[in-house]
Design a protein around this ligand. Structure first.
Ligand SMILES: Cc1cc2nc3c(=O)[nH]c(=O)nc-3n(C[C@H](O)[C@H](O)[C@H](O)COP(=O)(O)OP(=O)(O)OC[C@H]3O[C@@H](n4cnc5c(N)ncnc54)[C@H](O)[C@@H]3O)c2cc1C
Length: 473
C-alpha cells in the first residue's frame, strides 16, 4: 500500500513548492508535493523561463537585423514563429523534466491531483484533468503535520477585458502565438506586459501599451521608468499612460478598443490582438481554506515572517502569499518556512532586498528604495549616476545607452537602493543585492576592485559619483 503519511506536504510544485520540498528533504523531513497540472508551476512552464526563451529569439533577431553595426552581413533575416515558439516550449519541457528528476533525487514523493485541505494535518487529493506522469502517487487521503500552500497565482481579469483565448490573450496564449499579430494592444505596463510588448515589437508587431497609472513600470524608480519610456517610444512602441481601456469590441479577427485618456477623451483603435496584463491574483479558492478560517487579504493568504498562517500547521509561500509575485521570492520564502519548522530560526524575509528584473530591450533591474521612497519622511540622500556611454565594455558591445543609479543615506552611507536600465543589468543587479544584504557602506564599495573591462565597472562608478569622485565621465 502506498505511503500516505508525511512530515510535510506542499501543495503546488512551482519554484516555491519544489524548492521548499528539496530543502525540507535536506533537513530530514519525509516530504511530499502535490501538483495538478505541471511540475515547475507557472515559472518554468508559462512564466519566467518560456518568456526568456522567446525574448532571446527576439534579441538575436534584433542583432541579426543590425549585423552591419558589427561589420557583419546577415541577409534575408527572418523568423519562423512556429520554431520560435517550439524552442520556448522545449526549454520549458527540459526544466519541467528537471523538476521531476530533482524530486526523485531528493526522495520527495509526488502526488498527482488537486489538493483540498480538510483539516490541519489532513488533505484529500482529487483527480486532476491533466494525466499523471509516471511514478507519482494518486488520489486519496494524505496526512502531514505541516501543510504548506504554494498554489501560486493566475491572471487577473478586469470587467470588460475578459480574455477569450482567441482575440484577447492572457500570458498563456501570448506565449504560444500561431503568428505575430500585425497590431497589438498590451493593457498594463508591469513586467509581464512590458516583456510581451518588447517581444512582439521586436518581432514586427505595431505595439501600443496602455497603462492606467501615470508611469510605465509603476514599481520602478521614476527616472529609470522615464528612460525606459523614451527608449521604447524611440523604437516605435506607442505608450499611453494615465489612460484606461474602457471597452473591447470583438470582431471576427480583430478587436476595437475604446481608450479613455483620463481627461474625458475617448479614442477607438482597432488591433489584431490584445494582451491583458493587468496583474495576477492568488489561487486561494477551492482549497478548503475558508472553512478552516485561514486569514486572507485581497486575494492572498496572510502569513507571518516565518510563513505561518493564523491556523497552526498551515503555512503559505510564494505568489499565493502576496507580493512581490516573483519566483525568487517564492523560493526563498519556502526555505525560510521549512527552516523555521525545523527550529533553525531563519531571518524573516526582508522584502526590500528582493530584486526585480524586467527582461525587455533595454533590460531593467532594481533593488531597494526608489528615489521617491528614499526621500519619504524627510531622509537626506545622496544619488549617484553613471551612464553606459562612459563604459568601455558597453561601447565595445554596441550597447552604450543605459544608466546605473544608486541611492545612499546621506548620514550613514547605507546603500538604500539601486536602479539600472541597459544591457545585461538583470545580471548586474545581484552585486548590489549582495552589498545591501551585507549592509555594505559606500566606503567598502569604493574600495572594491571591479574587473575591467566589464559592465560592472559602472556599478562602482555610480557609487563614486554619489560622492563626487566619478572617474570616467
Ligand atoms: C509571463 C510571466 C513571466 C514571468 N517572469 C518572471 C521572471 O522573469 N522572474 C520572476 O521572478 N518571476 C516571473 N514571473 C512570476 C513567477 O512565475 C511567479 O512568481 C512564480 O511562478 C510563483 O511561484 P509559486 O511557486 O508561488 O507558484 P506557481 O509557479 O504559480 O506554481 C503553483 C503550482 O501550484 C499548482 N496548484 C495550484 N492549486 C493546486 C491544488 N489545489 N492542488 C495541486 N496543485 C495546485 C499549480 O498547478 C502550479 O503548478 C512571471 C510570471 C508570468 C506569468
Amino acid at each position: 500500500m502506498a505511503d500516505t503519511s508525511f512530515d510535510i506536504i506542499i501543495i503546488g510544485s512551482g519554484p516555491g513548492g519544489y524548492v521548499t520540498a528539496i530543502r525540507a528533504a535536506q533537513l530530514g523531513f519525509k516530504t511530499a508535493i502535490v501538483e495538478k497540472s505541471y511540475l515547475g508551476g507557472i515559472c518554468l512552464n508559462w512564466g519566467c523561463i518560456p518568456t526568456k526563451a522567446l525574448l532571446r529569439s527576439a534579441e538575436i533577431f534584433h542583432y541579426m537585423q543590425h549585423a552591419k553595426n558589427y561589420g557583419l552581413y546577415a541577409e534575408k533575416v527572418g523568423y519562423d514563429t512556429k520554431a520560435v515558439v517550439q524552442r520556448s516550449r522545449a526549454v520549458s519541457k527540459q526544466l519541467n523534466d528537471g523538476v521531476g528528476f530533482l524530486m526523485k533525487k531528493n526522495k520527495v514523493a509526488v502526488i498527482w491531483g488537486e489538493a483540498v485541505v480538510d483539516a490541519p494535518g489532513k488533505i484529500t487529493v482529487k483527480k486532476s484533468a491533466v494525466e499523471a506522469p509516471k511514478g507519482t502517487l494518486g488520489e486519496g487521503a494524505y496526512q502531514a503535520k505541516h501543510i504548506i500552500v504554494a498554489t501560486g497565482a493566475r491572471p487577473r481579469v478586469l470587467p470588460g477585458l475578459e480574455p477569450d483565448k482567441k482575440l484577447v490573450w492572457t500570458y498563456f496564449e501570448a506565449m504560444v502565438p500561431e503568428r505575430i499579430p500585425k497590431s497589438l494592444l498590451v493593457v498594463g505596463s508591469g513586467a509581464i506586459g512590458i516583456e510581451f510588448a518588447s517581444f512582439f515589437h521586436t518581432m514586427g508587431s505595431d505595439v501600443t501599451v496602455v497603462e492606467v497609472l501615470p508611469q510605465i513600470l509603476p514599481v520602478e524608480d521614476a527616472e529609470i521608468a522615464g528612460h525606459a519610456r523614451k527608449r521604447f517610444e524611440k523604437q516605435g512602441i506607442k505608450i499611453i499612460t494615465g489612460a484606461k481601456v474602457a471597452k473591447l469590441e470583438k470582431k471576427a479577427d480583430s478587436v476595437v478598443a475604446s481608450i479613455d485618456d483620463g481627461k474625458g477623451k475617448l479614442q477607438t483603435v482597432e488591433f489584431e490582438r490584445v494582451i491583458s496584463a493587468v496583474g495576477v491574483v492568488g489561487n486561494i479558492e477551492n482549497l478548503g481554506l475558508e472553512k478552516l478560517g485561514v486569514k486572507t487579504d485581497r486575494g492572498t493568504i496572510v502569513i507571518d515572517g516565518h510563513c505561518r498562517t493564523n491556523v497552526p500547521g498551515i503555512y503559505a509561500i510564494g505568489d499565493v502569499a502576496g507580493p512581490p509575485m516573483l519566483a525568487h521570492k517564492a523560493e526563498h520564502e519556502g526555505v525560510i518556512c521549512v527552516e523555521a519548522i525545523k527550529g533553525l530560526n531563519p531571518h524573516p524575509m526582508d522584502k526590500l532586498l528582493i530584486p526585480g528584473c524586467t527582461y525587455c530591450n533595454p533590460q531593467i533591474a532594481s533593488v531597494g528604495l526608489t528615489e521617491a521612497k528614499a526621500k519619504e519622511g524627510g531622509r537626506e540622500i545622496r544619488v549617484g549616476r553613471f551612464p553606459f556611454i562612459g563604459n568601455g565594455k558597453a561601447i565595445a558591445l554596441g550597447e552604450d545607452q543605459g544608466l546605473v543609479k544608486v541611492i545612499f543615506d546621506k548620514k550613514t552611507g547605507q546603500l538604500l537602493g539601486a536602479h539600472m536600465i541597459g544591457a545585461e543589468v538583470t545580471e548586474l543587479i545581484q552585486g548590489y543585492v549582495v552589498a545591501m544584504n551585507l549592509e555594505t557602506t559606500e566606503e567598502e564599495l569604493m574600495h572594491t576592485v571591479f574587473p575591467h573591462p566589464t559592465l560592472s565597472e559602472m556599478m562602482k562608478e555610480a557609487v563614486l559619483d554619489a560622492y563626487g569622485r566619478v572617474l570616467n565621465i
